[in-house]
Design a protein around this ligand. Structure first.
Ligand code: NCD
Length: 341
């Protein structure tokens, strides 16, 4: 029997596109969104990442799992952490990886996305890792590639960033254990954050006790309560007794019009300072997907302080991306004719 995931209620990209990421046996073929995935798959990613975290601590940080596979990093938007940790993850799995620089590729000469893809396919690649400013870009690519190719979404517009959410879940589980007992507060530009959307889906699927979002009204998407979170406009009330605080960057590149009076005003009300952090539990951890803007959403003393796990998130990103890539590309091939069990 195929284990069908529950139909999600929240989507920026239309009806059934969420389920193209599973093969006929319910295994991950693409990794496009957390939406629609069950807790078994998410827990499997976290458990697999634990074993790769051990590999990353050895002096020889390499395993032969994806030897002979070719992976392409296709980044249409800026990236530091995500692109490089995907590259390191691929190398540690012994795959070959190509980095396509879009600003110097034929896209800048007017080639369409589909033509670029077809050319990369003709080079016999096995996986595309895609970052794009359009919500739904990774789904579009996944529905147009040859059947043997897998696609991983490395961030599409303000829609989803599933590997970031999973490395965040890994960081939370390592530091805090069982999600059921936790109060998690996500603070900042919820309106434009693909990271927050994916985190909320993951936290819900892993049955987190209390998920809160905190921002000025202009940065809260309409209907976010339907995702099962409680909404706060006051920072100290929102982080009160929190176990985990996740800070978000103001996504100025996605803001149309003036949503905020000024960065200084924002910092005065929503910046996480040492003083404000006292409202959370004594052992609360502070997270941020990066890049951080010091003095805009977070004080340096907090970003660099003992509660911060921001650089651990980066380290764990390698193991989590190794887990996802190995699960997606390491599947036994499907039998022609589909699932027979
Ligand atoms: C995030 C992104 O690109 O969505 N960064 C990341 O992948 N580490 C968050 C951001 O840009 O603020």
């Amino acid at each position: 029997m195929v284990n069908k995931p529950a139909r999600p209620t929240d989507s920026l990209i239309g009806n059934d596109s969420w389920n193209i990421q599973l093969d006929t046996k319910g295994r991950l073929k693409h990794f496009l969104t957390i939406e629609g995935l069950g807790s078994e798959i998410l827990t499997n990613i976290l458990d697999t990442a634990e074993s790769f975290a051990n590999v990353n601590e050895q002096s020889v940080k390499k395993v032969p799992i994806l030897r002979g596979k070719t992976i392409v990093n296709l980044f249409f938007e800026a990236s530091t952490r995500t692109r490089t940790t995907f590259e390191l993850a691929a190398k540690r799995l012994s795959a070959d990886i190509l980095n396509i620089n879009i600003s110097t590729s034929a896209t800048s000469k007017g080639e369409t996305l589909l033509d670029t893809l077809q050319n990369l396919q003709a080079m016999l690649c096995d996986m595309f890792i895609v970052r794009h400013s359009d919500s739904g870009a990774a789904h579009f690519i996944a529905s147009h590639v040859a059947p043997h190719i897998s696609v991983i979404n490395a961030g599409d517009g303000r829609h989803a960033h599933p590997t970031q959410a999973m490395l965040d879940m890994f960081t939370i589980r390592r530091n805090k254990g069982d999600f059921g007992q936790l109060r998690v507060a996500i603070v900042g530009d919820l309106l434009h954050s693909r990271v927050a959307r994916s985190q909320i889906h993951a936290l819900n699927t892993l049955n987190t006790g209390d998920v809160r979002v905190i921002a000025p009204k202009t940065l809260i998407p309409t209907g976010i309560e339907d995702m099962g979170v409680s909404v706060f406009n006051d920072l100290e009330a929102g982080i009160r007794d929190a176990d985990v605080i996740i800070m978000l960057r103001l996504q100025k590149e996605r803001m149309l019009g003036a949503l905020l009076p000024s960065e200084a005003e924002y910092y005065s009300q929503y910046g996480l300072t040492e003083e404000r952090l006292r409202a959370a539990k004594d052992d609360a951890i502070v997270m941020h997907p990066g890049p951080i803007n010091r003095g805009v959403e977070i004080e340096s003393r907090v970003a660099d302080g003992v509660r911060s796990v921001i650089l651990d998130q980066v380290t764990y990103g390698i193991a989590v991306r190794m887990a996802v890539m190995s699960m997606v590309l390491g599947r036994e091939p499907e039998q022609p004719g589909g699932d027979v069990t």
